[in-house]
Design a binder for this molecule. Sequence first.
Ligand code: F6P
Length: 325
Amino acid sequence: MSNIAILCSGGDVSGMNPALKHFVEYSILKGLKPFLIYDGFEGLIDNNIVSASYKDVSGIISRGGTKIGSARSERFMQASFRKTAKENLDKHNIDKLVVLGGDGSFSGMEIFYEEHGIAFSGIPSTIDNDIVGTDYCLGVDTALNIIREALDAIRDTAASFKRAFIVETMGRDCGYLALVSGLTSGAELCLIPEVPYDLSAYEEKFKEELANGRRYFLAVVSEGITQPSDEIAKWFEKVIGVESRVSVLGHIQRGGSPTSRDRLMAYRFVNFAIDGLLAGEKDKICCFNDSRFNYKSIADVANKKYQIDPALFELARFTSLNCIE
Ligand code: F6P
């Protein structure tokens, strides 16, 4: 019997727990012995590796985060610790890994594969949805739904008080979360790192809307823009003349019960990852494009700048969301 393990690396996402559950059941179905590696590459180095059965992953499908923990490991960047990691895998006869993480984790795995020949399959997992080569990263749907609920709630209070709300989303230097949230919440303004903006371009329009009876503004801004959200709020107060508040959604966006879409995607990614390893793929990332899965090499996904689908900007042109000039 061949042994296979799974680990989570980098920022956790809702969808990792359904992936763990399905990893165990699908491995067993395919005649493999499944292992869980706790705390990402840190657990690999510290031999925090345990064999798993159904009961280890029962009841977790509805929970956000990851039961086995995640970490960002500095030590795995050093060859000596990677050697220790390989020795630990050998102790359990594990020669295949499924890695849930981002392109940085996959790059680390590629080096590990080249040095020690441990085959891996990467499952893109980040709420930022910013991994090149795949349209979908596990966790983004749940994050978008959490943000949508927050924005819907903020709209209620914004309307009651005649205020502008600046709602800051995560995403690092990628504006995907903010753009999709701006569109799906009916916001008035969306600012993201990919699009240079000049607030003065909106001044006349917003003032006119206020004069015509608009009661409130919702602005969704990505954490990656150069201006702090407070400055956007000050602009609404001083220039547009409406009382303003800032809401930074923060890590709330990373939690919550995985949506049906993320649960299904978790299952499908895991099937594809394990099938690939069984078919002899050694170092591939599982990608999802145009509703189909495909394997890509690390060179196709890492160290490249993710570009938001231009169709989203095109769509925004036909809505009341101001995000492009
Ligand atoms: O990459 C996922 C993410 O949630 C980003 O959107 C955010 O900038 C970052 O991680 C936060 O990292 P940490 O959890 O280390 O504060």
